[in-house]
Design a protein around this ligand. Structure first.
Ligand SMILES: [Zn+2]
Length: 299
């Protein structure tokens, strides 16, 4: 978790690095913006923790003079597993709110901060639940391959779709990981009405390419678990159907916007996170994008 190692680019850290900016916290404009201040001490963060019923746990720990890593681990050590998750997602959400205040000039209310944290937690719990069921189901299956790291300087993009007749939706899950296997970001979205598997499988690839294009990432390997899609993308045959036109968009966007990137076939078993996100996407009201996902939720 970036905050635990004090990687967060707070104003105090930026000033240390020689960046010329004001030192004060954007929320209260009274104290210097350090990681401890933003996440735990500011009037805004204290209000968040108070509403979550966790202020007491924070008050038990000496915040002055300690480094943020020590402080966070002291707080975590006194929490139950459920409380640890709540604490982690709300640290993440507070930092997101600080960022939307800096970049989008948007002032989140405490209820927005807590809502964002609880959405992440709910979604991740659904994904974990699905994963446990799948693990049980797949327990005796032979030859399941593990997720493989991309080569040096490459990013791996796993994408999956989940088709629900009952909800009349197709859920899409996308995740991006670096060469060390660290999750760089994850996204869920859905389309309605439910469509054929053939169309859905190409649309999910297009959704992944679109997102990578938006993030302006290069050197991306898109893992596609449909051999048919992976093959037809690189085939010389062109068809005039809806499927063919989505494939053409994939091809064009890939070569025009995603420099040095390509699509490769990979088995479903190597794609559990995207698979679970796709299932979770069906239950969401809207599309979600996550960066800096708290490590507690991934372990
Ligand atoms: Zn403040």
């Amino acid at each position: 978790m970036a905050s635990a190692r004090d990687y967060l680019p707070t104003r105090a850290r930026l000033i240390e690095k020689g960046v010329q900016i004001g030192a004060n916290c954007l929320w209260c404009n009274e104290e210097a913006e350090t990681t401890t201040h933003v996440l735990l001490q500011c009037i805004k963060s204290r209000e968040t923790w108070r509403n979550l019923g966790m202020q007491y746990n924070i008050d038990q720990v000496q915040l002055q003079n300690g480094n943020i890593e020590g402080i966070i681990f002291s707080i975590l050590s006194n929490l139950s597993n459920n409380e640890k998750c709540t604490f982690a997602v709300n640290l993440w959400s507070l930092w997101r709110s600080r960022n939307v205040a800096v970049w989008d000039n948007q002032l989140d209310r405490t209820v927005d901060i807590i809502h964002r944290g609880s959405c992440l937690l709910t979604e991740w719990r659904i994904a974990r639940n699905v994963e446990e069921q799948d693990l049980l189901y797949n327990h005796h299956r032979q030859g399941s391959s593990k997720w493989q790291r991309p080569p040096h300087n490459f990013i791996k993009c796993n994408v999956d779709a989940s088709f629900s007749e009952h909800h009349n939706k197709v859920g899409i899950g996308i995740c991006l990981r670096d060469e060390f296997g660290m999750l760089m970001g994850a996204r869920t979205l859905w389309y309605q009405p439910v469509m054929t598997v053939a169309i859905g499988e190409v649309l999910r690839l297009l959704a992944a390419i679109d997102w990578v294009k938006e993030l302006t990432f290069e050197n991306v390997i898109f893992c596609e678990d449909s051999k048919e899609v992976a093959d037809s993308l690189y085939s010389d045959e062109r068809d005039a159907t809806e499927l063919g036109s989505i494939l053409t968009r994939c091809r064009d966007d890939l070569s025009n916007f995603c420099n040095n990137s390509y699509v490769e076939f990979s088995r479903r078993e190597a794609n559990m996170v995207a698979h679970n996100l796709a299932k979770a996407a069906i239950y969401n009201a809207d599309s979600h994008i996550y960066f800096d996902i708290p490590i507690v939720l991934i372990l």
